[in-house]
Design a protein around this ligand. Structure first.
Ligand SMILES: NC(=O)c1ccc[n+]([C@@H]2O[C@H](COP(=O)([O-])OP(=O)(O)OC[C@H]3O[C@@H](n4cnc5c(N)ncnc54)[C@H](O)[C@@H]3O)[C@@H](O)[C@H]2O)c1
Ligand SMILES: [Zn+2]
Length: 340
């Protein structure tokens, strides 16, 4: 079992917390419950591994719907009305048990309930463990767009019990691996030499280090969007047939191709991206046939991170960094090499 300490000492109060990673980590959940908690509201979904208990607390379980359409203000209203009935106060605890969708919803419910009630995340997907449950971003969707309503709200602790991953559908595993592959390029760490427990713990540390460098989106946090500029465009262009993590895998290779096109990296680094994504993680490394380059370029220009023209996180002599105003000709040339 590994414990990653997330240091959050920036404000007037020390909000540092622990992430427990390992098989059976759920047994450490009680150690993350803040002192003084009496009632616990567990937010989860049908089909997510349960079978653990917190017998010394007044626990109610709230099941929310699956899929992005349930990541909504309507769900927040239903949940918080439940909290009212249960008598949850801001000295109690919300526990989100699930993938990123659940922890985003539970986190936002906690951020708004009595203007801020502690939350502990129990991440049960690989993406949740290495990404969504860490970093304090919470929120819900509107019909107008994803994650438009939200808040920064740091958890009091996070559990990543690797046993939960055994029931994860293969596609969800692939999505988590796409996001995990990204971390292989953000530092010099040899993540592939580590076992799964160490690797997940290290991915969490890397995310935490980057997020700590600027807690609100700004400079370094954008590095976590490595591979994401093309990924977002591919998700939309495929009518969401490609899931986020699958699109990220392709986006990582494209980012390397584009960095090569711009003279920022050697061919060997592109080959390394292909090997890590395609062979080590076994992910699809080329876009689906028939995607249209003009449409991808148009979508990438509209990306919410693209304040200055075409913006990418790109590898280079100093590692991955954010590059604004990338030359459209290079973007198209790298795409043309890549798209069939
Ligand atoms: N807050 C952040 O920083 C952040 C970062 C990345 C993604 N996200 C959000 O995370 C969400 C995606 O998260 P996700 O990929 O974990 O998907 P998800 O939460 O939608 O879960 C995918 C499916 O797997 C099921 N599931 C979860 N754990 C399971 C388990 N152990 N066994 C069997 N089934 C299980 C869920 O019920 C769901 O049907 C998106 O809403 C995205 O916006 C947030
Ligand atoms: Zn992502």
């Amino acid at each position: 079992m590994l414990r990653v300490r997330v240091p959050l000492t920036g404000g007037s109060v020390d909000r540092s917390y622990d992430v427990v990673v390992g098989y059976g980590a759920i047994n450490q959940l009680e150690s993350l419950v803040p002192d003084g908690t009496k009632r616990i509201a567990v937010v989860t979904q049908e089909g997510i591994p349960s079978g653990w208990a917190l017998p010394t607390f007044d626990v109610e379980t709230y099941f929310i719907g699956r899929g992005e359409s349930s990541k909504s203000l309507a769900t927040i209203e239903t949940l918080t009305r439940g909290f009212a009935e249960q008598g949850i106060t801001r000295h109690d605890l919300i526990v989100g048990v699930g993938g990123g969708m659940v922890t985003d919803v539970a986190g936002f419910a906690a951020a708004s309930w009595h203007r801020g009630t502690p939350v502990v995340h129990v991440a049960t997907t690989m993406l949740g463990m290495v990404d969504a449950a860490i970093g304090g971003k919470t929120g819900v969707n509107l019909p107008e767009g994803k994650n438009l309503v939200g808040a920064y709200w740091q958890p009091s602790g996070v559990v990543c019990d690797l046993s939960a991953l055994s029931t994860l559908p293969p596609r969800e595993t692939r999505c988590g691996l796409g996001e995990m592959a990204k971390y292989n390029f953000l530092t010099g760490d040899d993540l592939l030499s580590m076992d799964l427990e160490q690797r997940i713990a290290r991915c969490i540390e890397i995310k935490v280090e980057i997020v700590a460098a600027d807690e609100r989106e700004g400079g370094r946090r954008a590095l976590l969007n490595y591979g994401h500029t093309l990924a977002h465009a591919l998700e939309i262009a495929s009518g969401y047939q490609l899931a986020h993590g699958e699109a990220v895998a392709i986006g990582l290779i494209y980012a390397a191709e584009l960095a090569f096109e711009l003279g920022r990296v050697e061919q060997a680094r592109v080959d390394e991206h292909r090997r890590v994504v395609g062979e080590e993680y076994g992910l699809m490394a080329t876009p689906p046939a028939g995607v249209d380059i003009d449409e991808l370029v148009r979508l990438m220009r509209r990306d919410k991170k693209a304040l200055n023209g075409l913006t990418f996180a790109l590898d280079g002599p100093d590692g991955v960094e954010v590059v604004n105003d990338v030359d459209e000709v290079a973007v198209r040339t790298a795409l043309a090499r890549f798209v069939q």
